[in-house]
Design a protein around this ligand. Structure first.
Ligand SMILES: [Mg+2]
Length: 238
């Protein structure tokens, strides 16, 4: 079975909603915090926790109004239809926060898709609230990401499955190592090139769909050897 996994910010959502949200509500402080994440000196957990703290007390309604202005990739709903028609399970894996991922998926009637993200709690402070992140899907050993995409991929798949991954950024670096077919844009392209991970460049989900359609025509879809080995290694350790 072919299983598709997609990043959210900048991939399923046309823009990086989390980044835009923190820049809007925390100002230049957010920029400073993200720098450490981009240069690898700060884990996603640290980054997200500090960004939420930097937002301070806000009205939940203002957060929601802000999120509502964003759109998904215009071809994503069609791609979901396509996957469903071909019996390919599709899952969204986000290292962002559930409140905006869920809100945007609901806007497109797509919240019945399986999706996983870090959990945002709202601690009431008068009429306002403070954003506090929780990390229910963090890996016990690797602290790089809040929501361990690799673990979701491996628990949701079996030996015979072909794993497709679609992404664009830092939180996609780990999961592409375990995927047989990789779609990359933006920063992820450079990463795949430097790590010798074969990938297809894409700009929208229409590109992804057209390529997957071609791949499905092959008599036998080949697994990526390095990905298979990487998966096996995790199973052996587990
Ligand atoms: Mg992204």
């Amino acid at each position: 079975m072919v299983r598709v996994f997609c990043d959210f910010d900048g991939t399923v959502a046309a823009e990086d909603v989390g980044n835009r949200l923190f820049r809007h509500f925390a100002g230049p402080k957010a920029e400073e915090i993200v720098k450490g994440y981009l240069d690898g000196t700060k884990s996603a957990v640290e980054c997200l926790s500090q960004e939420c703290a930097a937002v301070g007390a806000v009205s939940v309604a203002s957060l929601e109004t802000f999120v509502d202005q964003f759109s998904l990739d215009p071809y994503f709903p069609g791609f979901v239809e396509f996957c469903r028609g071909r019996g390919m399970p599709i899952t969204i894996l986000s290292d962002g926060l559930d409140f905006y991922v869920g809100r945007l998926l609901r806007k497109y009637d797509l919240n019945d898709l399986p999706w996983f993200a870090n959990h945002a709690t709202f601690e009431k402070q008068g009429t306002l609230a403070r954003l506090v992140p929780e990390f229910p899907y963090a890996d016990s050993e690797c602290l790089q990401c809040g929501n361990c995409k690799r673990n979701h991929m491996l628990t949701m798949s079996g030996d015979d499955d072909i794993l497709v991954y679609v992404g664009d950024g830092i939180s996609d670096r780990c999961p592409v190592r375990y995927a047989d077919v990789v779609f990359a844009k933006r920063g992820l392209i450079k990463y795949c090139q430097s790590e010798n991970i074969t990938f297809y460049e894409f700009s929208t989900f229409l590109d992804v769909q057209q390529r997957v359609e071609k791949i499905l025509l092959q008599k036998r879809i080949r697994k990526r050897r390095e990905a298979e080995m990487a998966r096996r290694e995790v199973y052996l350790q587990g």
